[in-house]
Design a protein around this ligand. Structure first.
Ligand code: SF4
Length: 360
């Protein structure tokens, strides 16, 4: 199930409570699902305070808002370093895409299939827990914090379908929930666990202060599927291309998207960086449009089946570049795989209602 893994080692083991041992004298070990946000940091820290050995697991997909330098991935690495625990990163994009296309438990407010996402995430965590010989799983979930996946009945459903019932400890809200295996076994003290619930962040911030944690990211969502504009593009893609793969979803992060009447899609770069990436992303048969006499965007036309889509893609290239008072603009274009045949074209810009009607 795990598609890709990388391991980052802890840099600083720091001060620790005495290590807890199980009945066989093995160090009690928890796999903590680490997004890098405050809640998962606190959950890990609570375990360390109890003398539990922690291995952090960061679950990523192409829908994370993070980049290699910013976002949940780098925050998870930073948090793990600060806590002095090793981090394992897993990328589940391929399997997750199938869930996004057809989630058995439906979507949240936008295109976020949170229940199925967590079922998959917990299954992967369970698999990893068994692999590393850990005793249980830990999350930073708080009862009632998220409307879809952190309700009591949803948590029960997720645990049941992921096969993680009783082995997931949620230290921030554990006292609202039935005792879990690690509590029953005496691997952690239930009395020291918390009873936070609801959407307020104040209890977590107070706890962070108590632990001397000052540098943590804000609680803003790290999942593109919860953003209305991105969700629209995902919906459009699934509707027009049921067989869409990771590359097609990755492209949704780049540029402005337009669905054309012939079924093709034009993506208009918004800056030099996106223009360059669009050129590189072109697949055999895609058509690349650029302004030939002035600065302008790169337009990538994918899945075009009729020539009118080509004319509209060229017109978008002119529409989003400086034209002054000229009624037409010059565009050059080539088909990926046949780059030596660069052709010129003169085209008028589109009017605003047309642009808006095509915009995804
Ligand atoms: S917000 Fe996104 S990453 Fe978080 S549970 Fe929902 S689908 Fe998964």
């Amino acid at each position: 199930m795990v598609e890709q893994m990388e391991t980052l080692q802890a840099q600083d083991s720091g001060e620790r409570a005495p290590q807890r041992l199980d009945e066989d004298g093995r160090p009690v070990t928890a796999v903590v699902l680490m997004s890098g946000g405050l809640d998962s940091r606190l959950a890990a820290r609570i375990m360390l305070e109890q003398g539990v050995r922690v291995v952090a697991l960061n679950y990523r997909t192409c829908f994370c808002t993070c980049t290699p330098k910013h976002g949940c991935g780098s925050e998870a690495a930073k948090a793990s370093r600060e806590l002095g625990v090793p981090l394992k990163v897993v990328n589940h994009t391929r399997a997750f895409i199938e869930i996004v296309k057809n989630p058995p438990h439906g979507y949240g407010r936008h295109m976020n299939p949170c229940i199925d996402c967590r079922i998959q995430m917990f299954r992967a965590a369970r698999e990893y827990m068994d692999k590393v010989g850990a005793h249980f799983l830990v999350t930073g979930e708080v009862l009632g914090q998220r409307p879809m996946s952190q309700r009591r009945d949803a948590m029960r459903l997720i645990d049941r379908e992921a096969g993680t019932g009783g082995i997931i400890l949620r230290p921030l809200c554990a006292r609202h929930l039935p005792p879990t295996r690690p509590e029953e076994k005496g691997w952690v003290d239930r009395d020291t666990l918390l009873d936070i619930s609801g959407r307020s962040r104040k209890p977590q911030m107070a706890l962070a202060e108590q632990f001397g944690m000052t540098d943590y990211p804000c609680a803003a969502g790290g999942c593109l599927l919860t953003y209305e504009g991105f969700a629209r593009k995902v919906r459009d893609l699934i509707e027009h291309m049921p067989e869409a793969q990771a590359r097609d979803f990755q492209l949704l992060k780049l540029g402005r998207h337009f669905r054309l009447p012939g079924g093709g899609k034009a993506i208009v770069g918004r800056d030099a960086g996106e223009n360059e990436r669009l050129r590189k992303c072109a697949r055999e048969g895609d058509v690349v449009y650029e302004r030939s006499e002035t600065v302008g965007p790169v337009v990538l036309l994918c899945d075009a089946r009729d020539t009118n889509d080509g004319a509209l893609a060229a017109a978008l290239c002119v529409t989003y570049s400086k034209l002054g008072d000229a009624p037409f603009g010059c565009v050059r274009y080539y088909t990926k795989g046949d780059e030596t045949r660069v052709r010129p074209m003169q085209v008028a810009p589109l009017d605003r209602p047309t642009v808006e009607a095509l915009h995804v």
